[in-house]
Write a new protein. Structure first.
Length: 564
């Protein structure tokens, strides 16, 4: 274990500042409801229902006498023969909205209520907004009409015409090609560039800002990649029987294969790495320079440090596994476990879990730690990079190892913890003893409950508050700085959510088959459902305001809370 981390252990555990008082006063809250949708379930196409990323708009398709139309925030748009139900797309900032509609045999994009040019086909899933929401791109296809050149109209020549595909950007057609590869086009992170892969005369090539790159026999599906700073573009192409990587329009050395998914730009975009292979070996190629060949490379393990100065990956040789860090081989083990080597946020340390002779241990900065029977999840660094923690098991006992020192043993430690506070001064995890679960914060055990629900303890942004969800019998409740909130049938994930200034906390509950949002212990109005964007949550719009969508019967409201 790193000496610096060990020396910090005692100092860290003594930092047990008492948390600031949690908000207990009933908040003075102004709540408003705006009706944004009212639909007829008999005509609604439920699969089309979409919520905008900011959680303030909804859109859906409805049927009407053989026609279809889109409704956005209670405003019906024009009727068409059909609307492609999977095409409804909001821009990242939620201010723009697009979909694919059909009239007769033709299809077209409707952007913010305005129809664009008609085409024979627009592939589903091709609508793409730029990250800054200012541009819209998609693939369109035209099917040319055959022209007969033979004098004998009853014996026409072979069919020569083929459909033409092209990318449309902000309503303007790019050059026509024989085909456009799926999952392209893509926008650069700064939204200033667009790239895609096209096919012409049986050759494939990248097109960057309408400039065509060198043609190849193929381009690997999904390999087109912009650097984080948007200034560089890379992809894998087939050249005869070999494969090459093309970076900045320049072809690198050919290999038997280039591993899909191994592409990686450094965070500062200055370095580029990938895994290639011959018939017998694999190796990493860094900025055009080939590393030592190994029997195998774990391609998903290739990782740059946050400061971009270091590179690590996992390799295999002679049935042994090991890490390669900055081109230097670490000791060999029977297995290097879990996912990838983990750099500390300050890039000064590297940790991973290895196994030898049926025992597992953490390797920190190349040094093997104490062996255990099991380490169920990967270690975690504190935000300042000065502390390292992991869970371990010896026999039937589980415990946390913090900076190389074993903490108290328990029957179990929840594998979604441990967790550091943002200021790195506090440390919490969930443990079990005599079938009761509780949170441990800087060695201090909180009250025991039937269960502590995932994701376990959550620190506020200012690190002064700690909250988690507990269960007793069939009731669930939030515990904030050791004080229990009211009990409910269900508290929904993710739970709970602090405001940016850490003064307020919100979460969604279910009680008596109705849904509500709780603000600082005060429960709000009951609804049939609380709606959130896919894989997202209710979130604060500012330190003292938040909004969400709620449903009562066939009505959806935009509910806004302002904490005065």
């Amino acid at each position: 274990m790193s000496e610096k981390l060990i020396l910090l252990s005692l100092t860290f555990l003594l930092c047990t500042n008492a948390p600031a008082a949690a908000p207990e006063k009933k908040p003075d809250t102004t709540v408003s409801e705006t009706l944004i949708a009212q639909f007829d379930f008999s005509s609604l196409i439920l699969e089309s229902f979409k919520i905008s990323p900011d959680g303030r708009r909804v859109a859906y398709i409805t049927n009407d006498a053989g026609e279809q139309f889109v409704v956005t925030n209670n405003e019906p748009q024009e009727k068409y023969d059909a609307v492609i139900e999977t095409s409804l797309t909001f821009s990242p900032d939620s201010k723009h909205f697009a979909y694919i509609a059909q009239k007769g045999p033709k299809k077209f994009v409707v952007l913010d209520g305005k129809s664009q040019t008609e085409y024979d086909r627009i592939p589903e899933g091709s609508l793409l907004f730029s990250l800054n929401s200012k541009h819209l791109a998609y693939v369109a296809i035209l099917q040319p009409t055959d022209t007969l050149t033979s004098d004998d109209q009853s014996n026409p020549p072979p069919h020569q015409s083929t459909e033409k595909a092209f990318v449309v950007v902000d309503g303007k057609q790019n050059q026509q090609y024989d085909g456009i590869m799926r999952q392209t086009p893509i926008f650069s992170p700064d939204s200033k560039h667009i790239a895609y892969v096209a096919k012409k005369d049986q050759k494939w090539f990248a097109v960057l800002d309408q400039n065509q790159h060198q043609p190849y026999d193929g381009v690997t599906y999904g390999s087109l990649t912009f650097s984080p700073d948007s200034k560089r573009l890379a992809y894998t192409a087939k050249l005869g029987e070999n494969w090459v990587v093309v970076v900045d329009g320049k072809q690198r050395d050919p290999y038997d294969a280039v591993a899909p998914g191994s592409f990686s730009f450094s965070p500062d975009s200055k370095r580029f790495v990938y895994a290639a292979q011959t018939q017998t070996d694999r190796f990493v190629v860094e900025d055009g320079n080939q590393h030592i060949q190994w029997h195998n490379i774990e391609i998903q393990s290739i990782v740059f440090s946050p400061d971009s100065n270091r590179l690590a990956y996992l390799a295999q040789s002679d049935n042994k596994h090991f890490a390669v860090v900055d081109a230097n081989q670490h000791d060999k083990y029977d297995t290097v476990m879990l996912s990838t080597p983990i750099f500390s946020p300050d890039s000064k340390h590297l940790a991973y879990v290895a196994k030898a002779q049926n025992e597992v241990f953490v390797v920190l900065d190349g040094k093997k730690g104490k062996p255990y029977h099991q380490i169920p999840i990967e270690p975690v660094f504190s935000p300042d990079g000065k502390h390292l923690a992991h869970i371990a098991r010896t026999g039937n006992s589980y415990f946390v190892v913090l900076n190389g020192k074993e903490q108290k043993t328990y029957e179990a430690v929840e594998d979604c913890s441990p967790r550091f506070s943002p200021d790195s001064k506090r440390f919490a995890y969930t443990a079990c003893e005599r079938k009761k679960w509780f949170v441990v914060v800087n060695k201090k055990e909180h009250k025991k409950y039937d269960r502590i629900l995932r994701p376990g303890p959550v620190f506020s942004p200012d690190s002064k508050h700690l909250a988690y969800t507990a269960r007793v019998d069939n009731k669930r409740f939030i515990v904030l700085d050791t004080k229990e909130h009211d009990r409910y049938d269900v508290i929904f994930k993710p739970r709970p959510i602090f405001s940016a200034d850490s003064r307020h906390i919100i979460y969604t509950v279910k009680q008596d088959k109705k849904y509500s949002v709780v603000v600082d212990r005060t429960i709000g109005k009951k609804y049939d459902r609380i709606l959130t964007p896919e894989k997202k949550q209710i979130f604060f719009d500012s330190d003292h305001a938040f909004s969400y969508l709620a449903q009562i019967d066939n009505k959806i409201f935009l509910v806004k809370h302002k904490i005065n």
